[in-house]
Design a protein around this ligand. Structure first.
Ligand code: FMN
Length: 316
């Protein structure tokens, strides 16, 4: 049994596909939504026009609701918000990352779009509830991409206890066992990123997909611990170069991270589009080691849900 909140989103499966920058386009989101999960288009740093195009593609492929992830630090955030509001009939919710969405909350609410910030701490979750968020995604540091400091196992139950709005768990969930565990911690749904990276409908370059499929448990690392914006990636040449440069700079009296910033600029795009291991950041989570095959998004949703349902005795 889905929670009233998940039902209100019109879902068959309480599973969100994370709004991954450069990865989660209209095609992937539509595939997930068509199969009964919630597809989310990732705006990342893309301009409003590119978002409008992806939303158009999603609309052409599905009649079901989908979401958009708004990266609040994007230079194009205003434009992106405008495009979302123009498409309010199809967009059921917005997840937000990298900041406080309160500036836009009223506009989204008036357009009947739910706002679900991604949080990595209890304090942020409480703040989001206070400003009027409809739910939060509690994301642990097992996740691929930009991460917080706490693990999913420790974060989720503490957020569940701290707020009265629904909590969706993210980070390190790759199958039905992870999903069932998240429900045991009090979550009403889960968000997965890494598992959807290798969906058949995902545009991620085959070389990057293969790196995820081949990865073992210890094959991810965190860059940016010193320079800021810690980010989980698969160990490749780029990651090693980056961390070496970062550590060398951090050891100096007056670290200057501008060369590092230069190296990082466009690195996810290069990974997704070119599969380039020398200059591309293969963002992926610790659960990569569990992800073994490329599958249609519909099959991923079905497999994860069925396994969780069985483990929970059909009571979810
Ligand atoms: N989360 C966001 O809120 N905004 C993003 O732009 C974003 N980009 C991501 C890019 C990649 C390549 C990956 C792997 C994750 C990204 N995430 C982003 C996080 C996912 O939405 C999701 O919360 C996370 O992947 C869940 O953890 P998992 O990878 O262990 O499944």
């Amino acid at each position: 049994e889905l929670s009233p909140f998940m039902k209100s989103l019109g879902l068959k499966y309480p599973i969100f596909q994370g709004g991954m920058a450069w990865v989660a386009d209209g095609k992937l989101a539509a595939a997930v939504s068509n199969a009964g999960g919630l597809g989310i288009i990732g705006a990342g740093n893309a301009p409003g026009s590119a978002m409008a195009e992806e939303i158009k593609i999603a609309k052409s492929l599905t009649d079901r609701p989908f979401g958009v992830n708004v990266m609040l630090l994007s230079p194009h955030v205003e434009e992106v918000v405008k495009v979302i509001l123009e498409n309010k009939d199809n967009i059921t919710l917005v997840t937000t990352g990298a900041g406080n969405p309160s500036t836009y909350l009223k506009q989204f609410k008036e357009a009947n779009i739910k706002v679900i910030p991604v949080v990595g701490s209890v304090a942020l979750a409480k703040m989001m509830e206070r400003v009027g968020a409809d739910a939060v995604v509690a994301e642990g540091m097992e996740s691929g991409g930009h991460i917080g400091r706490l693990t999913t196992m420790a974060l989720v139950p503490q957020v569940v206890d701290a707020v009265n709005i629904p909590v969706i768990a993210a980070g390190g969930i790759g199958d039905g066992r992870g999903m069932a565990a998240a429900f045991m911690l009090g979550a009403q749904g889960v968000q997965m990123g890494t598992r959807f990276l290798v969906a058949e409908e995902s545009k991620v370059h085959p070389v990057y997909k293969k790196a995820v499929l081949k990865a073992k448990d210890i094959d991810t690392m965190v860059t940016g611990d010193f320079a800021g914006h810690p980010s989980r990636v698969i160990k490749n040449k780029m990651a090693r170069n980056y961390i070496n440069l970062e550590k060398a700079e951090a050891a100096k009296d007056n670290p200057d991270y501008s060369a590092l910033e230069e190296l990082g600029n466009g690195s996810l795009r290069r990974a997704v589009q070119d599969g380039d291991a020398k200059t591309g950041a293969y963002m992926a989570g610790e659960i990569s080691g569990l992800v073994k095959k490329e599958q249609p998004a519909a099959e991923i949703l079905h497999d994860v849900y069925e396994q969780a349902d069985k483990l929970m005795g059909g009571d979810k």
